[in-house]
Design a protein around this ligand. Structure first.
Ligand code: FPP
Length: 250
């Protein structure tokens, strides 16, 4: 993957007293939202997909340059066949439908996660959307699809080991700067703020390496009810936090 020097600039001290540049969201609660309305879980996922547009659109106004959203985890395959098939169909539909709108809004879309288990049609749509938006300079939207943090680190390690065995990398040179170059997120800065909706306070295998120094917000709102206004408040809260990255104030 191409590296982008513009965006590998997440360094200690940045982001203090200002909003987050990179927000990552675990969009949870679609099922409960639907259940509360006596509707099937997929109804909640469709409502959740509609929320994505509002959130993407509010990013420039909030100073958010990178938005990463967790759409489907490596563990989500364990759901019923109906739900998994419904989600895959929703992703295909979302990409086809939103392609023009995202491109017109200067949004650049990337996908992270392992594509091997995804169907050919979905992979082709993902490739097309990445290609269609690759010159866009606005919000950098990353969609995690069949993504798991541990799986990502394992795949990265496999690639790194291959480079070692091919003589392209000296094991003595492997350090904290080397490994992230093999991650799916190699061109992205680390998230400043990770948000999880729906009241669950866990990170569920999302951006494990990248979130080492992220600030977290666990909020009760179910994802289909999440609004731009709420994100604005979370960004303000973030601005008031004191990020020290292990250092002390002098
Ligand atoms: C978690 O809610 C949500 C998911 C597993 C799917 C996330 C997908 C979307 C928000 C919609 C589509 C996104 C895109 C990018 C088109 P849950 O089902 O676990 O809810 P629950 O905890 O209430 O059961």
């Amino acid at each position: 993957m191409k590296t982008d020097t513009d965006i590998r600039d997440n360094r200690a001290g940045e982001g203090v007293a200002q909003g987050p540049r990179h927000v990552a969201i675990i969009m949870d609660g679609n099922g409960r939202w639907a259940q509360a309305r006596g509707r099937p879980r997929l109804f909640g996922h469709h409502a959740g997909a509609r929320r994505v547009r509002e959130v993407v659109e509010c990013c420039p106004g909030l100073g958010i340059r990178y938005l990463t959203i967790f759409a489907f985890s490596t563990e989500n395959w364990k759901r019923t066949q109906t739900e998994v098939a419904g989600l895959m169909s929703l992703f295909r539909r979302y990409i086809s439908k939103e392609m023009k709108a995202l491109a017109a809004k200067n949004v650049r879309v990337r996908f992270i996660g392992d594509r091997v288990r995804l169907d050919r049609k979905l992979i082709d749509l993902m490739d097309a959307l990445e290609l269609e938006t690759e010159e866009n300079t606005g919000t950098q939207l990353t969609i995690a699809l069949n993504y798991g943090g541990r799986d990502e680190v394992a795949r990265a390690t496999k690639r790194l080991a291959r480079d070692v065995s091919d003589g392209k990398l000296d094991p003595a040179d492997v350090d904290e700067e080397t490994l992230p170059k093999y991650l799916d997120t190699c061109v992205l800065p680390d998230p400043d703020l990770v948000v999880r909706t729906s009241g669950e306070a866990r990170i569920s295998n999302f951006l494990l390496w990248q979130s080492a120094y992220a600030e977290y917000e666990f909020i009760d709102t179910l994802w289909p009810d999440f609004t731009a206004k709420e994100l604005e408040i979370l960004c303000q809260n973030y601005g008031a936090r004191d990020r020290r990255f292990g250092t002390v104030k002098t």
